[in-house]
Design a binder for this molecule. Structure first.
Ligand code: ATP
Length: 638
C-alpha cells in the first residue's frame, strides 16, 4: 500500500476516527459491511415476530376477541379452527426463529470479515509507517508502548468495527422496531413503557463518566505491572546472579497490589451498573404492568384513551422487557467507542509522524567511484547533549581507518551518521563528494555495510540470517560468505547445519558466533564502504586473528572504518583517528601516533600492561571521564 500521502489519507482521526478508518480502509470490504447491515436489520425484524404473534394468538385464538390474521399472508390461506390457527402461529414462530438464526450467521460473518480485513490492512500500514521512522524515534520510546500500538490499539479498533458497529445498528433497529410496534399497538401505554428510557440513558452516561478515569488507572497499573514482569523475565540471569529473587518478588507484589487496588476501585463502580439498570427498568416494567393491567380490567386509566386487548398487553409486556437489552448494550458501545477513539488517535499519531531521515525530492542514487569519505565540520547531539563536536577529516577511497578512543567518546555515533541512522546537526558528510543527505537513502544504505557491536539475529535459519538484505543470493554464495567469515565450520557442526533455527526461540549462539554470522551477512552484501563497530570484540583472540585475516582480503579494496577498543586490531590500519569527548584529537598511523606520545600512546601502554609509565594527567582524566559516564548512567536510570 502506498504511504507517501498518509497524512492526507488519514487526516485528523480524532475528529471522527471511525469514519476516517472506514473511508481509508473500508474500500475493498464495503460489501461485507453491507451484508452485515442488511443481516442485522433483518435479524431484528425476525426477532420481533414472536412477541407479536403470541399477542395475536392470545386475542384471536384463545379469547376470540378478534379475527385471526397475519401481515403479508392472505386470510383465505389461514385455517379457521383455533387449533389450526395455533399451529400456524407456532409455525410462524419457528420460521422466524430459524430465519433469525440464519441472519445472525450472516450478520456475524459480514461484520467479522469487514473488521478483520480492515485490521489486517491497518496493522500492515501501521507497521510499515513505524519501520520507516527514524532510529531516534525508537530510542525515545519504550518497545512495549510501540508494540501496544501495533497490537492493542489496532485490536481495539477491530473490536469496535466488529462488535461496536453491529451493536449500534442493532440498538437502533431494536429501539425503532419495538418503539414503532408499541406506538402502533397503543400509543398511551407505549408512552408509559418508554418512560424509563431517558432515566436509563442518563444513568448509563453518568456511569461511563465515573468509570472512565478508573479504567484509565487500571490500564496504567497493568502497563507498569507488565513492564516489570517483562523486564524481570529478560533480566532473569542478573536476578539470579545478584540473588535478587526476594527483592523482585517484593517489587512484583507491589505492582500487583497497585493493579488490585485500581481494579477494585473500578469494580466497585462497575458492579452498580447492572443492578442499577435492572432497578430502573424493573420499576418501569412494574408501572407498565400496573397501567396495562388496570386498562385490561377496567378500561383506560390516568385519562388515557383507547382499547387494550389482553393479547396486545402480553405483547407489550414482552417488548417492555426486551427494551432493556439495547440500553444494556449501549453502555458497552459507548465504552468501545471511547476506547476506539483513543486507539485511533495513537495509531494516527504513529502513522502521521514523518521521518526526518528521508529522500529529498531531487535525490539521486549514490554513485561511488573511489569511495572517499569526508566529514566536514560535523557536530551532533542526542536530544540536547552534544556528543560530536566539529569533527573534520577526509579519508581516501579504499583505505582502512581505525577509530579509537575512550568509552563514550562518540565513536559509534560518528559512524552511525554515515548510513544516516541519524543526521548531523551541523556540517556535512560526503561520499565521493556527494552529501549523504542528497542521495537516496536506499542507495546509501546498500553501499554502506554496518556490523554493529550488538549482532542481531532474526528468528529463522542460519542461511536466512546470512542472506538477510541480499535476498537473491544463492546457497553457494551464502556458504562462501560464511567461510570467509570463519563461520562455516561451526555452522556445519550445528544440528541442522545452515538450516538450524537461530535467533529468539532458536538455538542460542555465543556472542562470537553471532558476530561471525553478521560479518558473513555483510560480506555477502559486498558493500563499497564497510563499518566494523567492535565487530570482533566478542570472539577470542585466536578467532579474531582468523577473521582479521579474511577481513584483510575483504577490506583490501574498499573503504573500511574499524572501531576498536583492542588497539592491536587497528595497528595495521592505513590511518588511525583518535577521539576524545566527541572531538577528533589525534590523526596518524600507529607508529606516528606512538611517536607523538599523546592519548593513543597512553591507551596503547594501558593495553600493553605498561601502567607504571602512564602520565598522572592521563589517569586523572580517565578517572574524571569515568565519573561523567557513571553520572550519565545514573541519569539515564532515573
Ligand atoms: P563505546 O566505546 O563505549 O561504545 P563510543 O565511543 O562508541 O562508546 P557512543 O556509543 O557513540 O560512544 O556514545 C557517545 C555518547 O552518546 C555517550 O555518552 C552515550 O551515552 C551517548 N549515546 C549513545 N547512544 C545514545 C542514544 N541513542 N541516545 C542518547 N544518548 C546516546
Amino acid at each position: 500500500m502506498e504511504r507517501a500521502d498518509s497524512e492526507d489519507r488519514l487526516g485528523t482521526w480524532r475528529e471522527n476516527p471511525i469514519w476516517k478508518l472506514y473511508s481509508v480502509y473500508g474500500g475493498g470490504s464495503r460489501r461485507y459491511a453491507l451484508l452485515g447491515t442488511v443481516a442485522t436489520v433483518l435479524g431484528r425484524i425476525f426477532g420481533l415476530v414472536p412477541a407479536f404473534v403470541i399477542g395475536l394468538a392470545v386475542d384471536a385464538v384463545f379469547l376470540r376477541q378478534r379475527p385471526f390474521g397475519l401481515p403479508l399472508i392472505p386470510s383465505a390461506w389461514l385455517p379457521t379452527t383455533p387449533t389450526g390457527q395455533l399451529y400456524v402461529s407456532i409455525a410462524v414462530l419457528l420460521v422466524a426463529t430459524f430465519a433469525g438464526a440464519v441472519t445472525s450467521w450472516f450478520e456475524d460473518w459480514g461484520w467479522s470479515v469487514f473488521a478483520q480485513r480492515i485490521q489486517r490492512d491497518l496493522r500492515v500500514d501501521a507497521y510499515d509507517s513505524l519501520q520507516r521512522l527514524d532510529v531516534a524515534y525508537f530510542t525515545r520510546r519504550r518497545t512495549g508502548d510501540l508494540m501496544s500500538v501495533l497490537n492493542n490499539d489496532v485490536n481495539a479498533l477491530e473490536t469496535f468495527l466488529e462488535d461496536g458497529l453491529s451493536a449500534t445498528l442493532w440498538i437502533i433497529a431494536t429501539v425503532l422496531g419495538i418503539g414503532l410496534i408499541l406506538v402502533s399497538l397503543n400509543p398511551g401505554l407505549a408512552a408509559v413503557t418508554l418512560l424509563p428510557i431517558p432515566f436509563l440513558a442518563a444513568f448509563t452516561l453518568l456511569f461511563t463518566r465515573i468509570i472512565e478515569p478508573r479504567y484509565l488507572d487500571v490500564r496504567e497499573e497493568i502497563g507498569d505491572l507488565n513492564s516489570r514482569l517483562e523486564n524481570n523475565v529478560s533480566g532473569i540471569e542478573v536476578i539470579k546472579t545478584q540473588g535478587a529473587e526476594d527483592y523482585e518478588t517484593e517489587r512484583v507484589t507491589e505492582a500487583s497490589e497497585g493493579y488490585l487496588e485500581a481494579n477494585l476501585a473500578a469494580v466497585r463502580v462497575q458492579i452498580t451498573y447492572f443492578p442499577g439498570l435492572n432497578l430502573i427498568s424493573g420499576i418501569g416494567f412494574a408501572i407498565t404492568f400496573l397501567v396495562g393491567g388496570l386498562w385490561v380490567l377496567g378500561g383506560p386509566p390516568l385519562g388515557l384513551s383507547g382499547t387494550l386487548t389482553p393479547g396486545a398487553f402480553v405483547t407489550f409486556v414482552i417488548y417492555a422487557q426486551q427494551f432493556v437489552w439495547p440500553i444494556l448494550r449501549f453502555g458497552d458501545v459507548v465504552d468501545d467507542y471511547e476506547r476506539a477513539k483513543t486507539a485511533a488517535s495513537r495509531v494516527n499519531s504513529l502513522m502521521t509522524s514523518d521521518p526526518e531521515v528521508r529522500d529529498e525530492a531531487d535525490a539521486e542514487p549514490l554513485s561511488i567511484t573511489a569511495g572517499s569519505v569526508t566529514y566536514d565540520d560535523v557536530s551532533f547531539a542526542y536530544d540536547d547533549r552534544e556528543v560530536l563536536t566539529d569533527v573534520d577529516f577526509a579519508v581516501d577511497g579504499g583505505s582502512t581507518v581505525g577509530i579509537v578512543g575512550p568509552t563514550g567518546a562518540g565513536k559509534s555515533t560518528l559512524l552511525k551518521l554515515l548510513p544516516r541512522l541519524y543526521d548531523p546537526e551541523e556540517g556535512a558528510i560526503r561520499i565521493d563528494g556527494q552529501d549523504v543527505r542528497d542521495v537516496t537513502v536506499e542507495s546509501l544504505r546498500s553501499s554502506v555495510g554496518y556490523v554493529s557491536q550488538d549482532p542481531f539475529l532474526f528468528y529463522g535459519t542460519v542461511r536466512e540470517n546470512i542472506r538477510y538484505g541480499t535476498f537473491d543470493a544463492d546457497d553457494e554464495a551464502v556458504e562462501r560468505a560464511a567461510k570467509r567469515a570463519q563461520a562455516d565450520e561451526f555452522i556445519r557442526n550445528l544440528r541442522n547445519g545452515y538450516d538450524t533455527l537461530v535467533g529468539e526461540r532458536g538455538v542460542k549462539l555465543s556472542g562470537g558466533q553471532r558476530q561471525r554470522l553478521v560479518i558473513a551477512r555483510t560480506m555477502l552484501k559486498d558493500p563499497d564502504i564497510l563499518v566494523l563497530d567492535e565487530a570482533t570484540s566478542a570472539v577470542d583472540t585466536e578467532t579474531e586473528a582468523l577473521i582479521q585475516q579474511s577481513l584483510g582480503t575483504f577490506t583490501e579494496d574498499r573503504t573500511t572504518f574499524v572501531i576498536a577498543h583492542r588497539l592491536s586490531t587497528v595497528r595495521n590500519a592505513d590511518r588511525v583517528l583518535v577521539f576524545d569527548d566527541g572531538r577528533l584529537v589525534e590523526d596518524g598511523t600507529h607508529e606516528s601516533l606512538l611517536e607523538d606520545d599523546g592519548l593513543y600512546a597512553n591507551l596503547w601502554r594501558v593495553q600493553a600492561g605498561d601502567i607504571a609509565h602512564l602520565p598522572r594527567a592521563f589517569l586523572e582524566r580517565a578517572r574524571r571521564r569515568q565519573a561523567i559516564v557513571d553520572e550519565e548512567w545514573s541519569d539515564d536510570i532515573e
